[in-house]
Structure formats: structure tokens, C-alpha cells
Design a protein around this ligand. Structure first.
Ligand code: GLP
Length: 239
């Protein structure tokens, strides 16, 4: 694992953004896995800035997002579809037909997960961006008895509901989501994880120094051959 510790979230954004830009400049048709949550937002801002300065184009890029809520209209302000469009896709030249999401409202969620995994297997993700939950979750792979495999429907834990419900006011936060599974994430050629703030320190300890266990789903990244963890000092405090 490659550990990168910075003073500020802005410095992380520049370092992660430059790694992604290098990938896209070397291979414009790269397949990029994107994440939601607060952690990648500064990186998305930096990518938009570099796009406006002509340093990178996304016109041949294909994207896959990690997860999506169930039972939430796709146009809701809190859907991950809306999040990605507002924070990145609406501001760059990615083609909408190359943007892929799990459909959290699919009638047959199992078939929807198979569709998504088949597409990922066909395209193959070059770089997967990740955040990490306070309980060590990646995507919505919550602590459990076993590591998950492909995409699946998950019941969110109270820790995740408490952390994410701050974004919900009118509609209550959904308790279910569709997420890429651990094996789907591990198939990505390169993985970049961003963690900032003291609330992530225990999860980062589990990820880097803990035993590899489904109780801390991120710990599986220890066996991936090309992982970069970008942290601020608060998130790295327990290492
Ligand atoms: C959500 C997302 C994860 C994300 C995590 C951390 O649960 N499903 O993909 O990594 O939150 O979010 P944040 O970066 O806001 O702390």
C-alpha cells in the first residue's frame, strides 16, 4: 500500500486529481470508478478547474459509480446520480452515454446487479476512487461476517444512516442501497482512497494496520497490488 499524508484536503485534491489526469492523458478512453460523499468533492473541484484550463479532457472516459440509494427518485437532490452530476459530470465533457450507475429503483435488483457487474467485467475499471465510512465501509459494503462478492442490495447500518442522514431533510434517508461488492472493487487495476478528519482515524487504522476482516471491509485493500491511500494528519493520527 502506498500511503500519502498531507496537511490539507486541498493538497490531497491536487495530488489525487493529478494522478487521475495523468491516467486520462495517457489513456483517454480510461474507465474510471467514482465515489460520492464529502471526501472526493475537493478532487472533483480540482478536476473541473483543470478541465477549464485545458489540461484534461473526459470525452472518451467511461465511468462507473460505486453505489446508489434504493427507493429514492433519481432526480432527488440526495441521489448519487444527482450528486455526481452536480459535483462533476455537468461541468466536464464526459458523454452521458458513457456514465454508468446502479439503478436503485430497479424492480429486480438482483438482475440490475448482474447487469452492472457484467458491464464492469466487460469494460474493466482502470482507476477506482474510494472514500471510507467511519465503520470501515467502502462503497456501501458494511461490516459483516463475510466479504461480499459482486454488486448487491444492502441494508445500511445505523452508523452509516447516522453519518449520512445530515444530508436529508424533506425525505427520510433510505435504509437500503445497491452497491458494487468487494470483489467488484478489488478487480479495479488501481485504487485511490481518500480519508480526511479525525472521525476516519479508526477506520484508517483498520484499513492499514488491522487484521484483514469483513468487520472492517476496507482492510481487504491490503492485498490489492496497486492501492494509494491519501489522508490528512487527523485521519492518519492512529497509524
Ligand atoms: C457513503 C458512501 C461511501 C463514502 C462514505 C464516506 O456511505 N456510500 O462511498 O465513502 O459515505 O463519506 P464521506 O466522504 O462523506 O465521509
Amino acid at each position: 500500500m502506498n500511503l500519502h499524508i498531507f496537511d490539507t484536503a486541498e493538497q490531497i485534491a491536487v495530488a489525487v486529481g493529478n494522478m487521475m489526469i495523468e491516467q486520462l492523458n495517457e489513456k483517454p478512453e480510461s474507465v474510471m470508478g467514482f465515489a460520492t460523499g464529502a471526501s472526493p468533492v475537493p478532487t472533483y473541484k480540482y478536476l473541473i478547474k483543470c478541465f477549464n484550463e485545458g489540461k484534461v479532457s473526459f470525452k472518451d472516459m467511461t465511468t462507473f459509480n460505486l453505489d446508489e440509494y434504493c427507493d429514492l427518485p433519481v432526480e432527488d437532490k440526495n441521489s448519487y446520480f444527482t450528486f455526481m452530476h452536480e459535483n462533476l459530470f455537468n461541468h466536464i465533457d464526459v458523454k452521458e452515454e458513457n456514465v454508468n450507475f446502479l439503478n436503485g429503483n430497479a424492480e429486480d435488483s438482483e438482475a440490475e446487479c448482474v447487469r452492472y457487474d457484467n458491464l464492469i467485467d466487460e469494460k474493466k475499471i482502470d482507476v477506482q476512487l474510494l472514500g471510507i465510512g467511519q465503520n470501515g465501509h467502502i462503497g456501501f459494503n458494511e461490516p459483516a461476517d463475510k466479504f461480499t462478492k459482486g454488486s448487491f442490495k444492502v441494508q445500511l447500518t445505523q452508523s452509516t444512516i447516522d453519518a449520512n442522514s445530515i444530508y436529508f431533510d424533506e425525505n427520510p434517508m433510505p435504509h437500503y442501497a445497491l452497491t458494487m461488492g468487494t470483489v467488484s472493487i478489488m478487480k479495479s487495476k488501481k485504487i485511490i482512497l481518500i480519508a480526511t478528519g479525525a472521525s476516519k482515524a479508526d477506520a484508517i487504522y483498520g484499513l492499514v494496520n488491522g487484521e484483514i476482516t469483513p468487520n472492517c471491509p476496507a482492510s481487504i485493500l491490503q492485498v490489492h497490488p496497486d492501492v494509494h491511500i491519501f489522508m490528512d494528519k487527523a485521519a492518519a493520527a492512529k497509524l
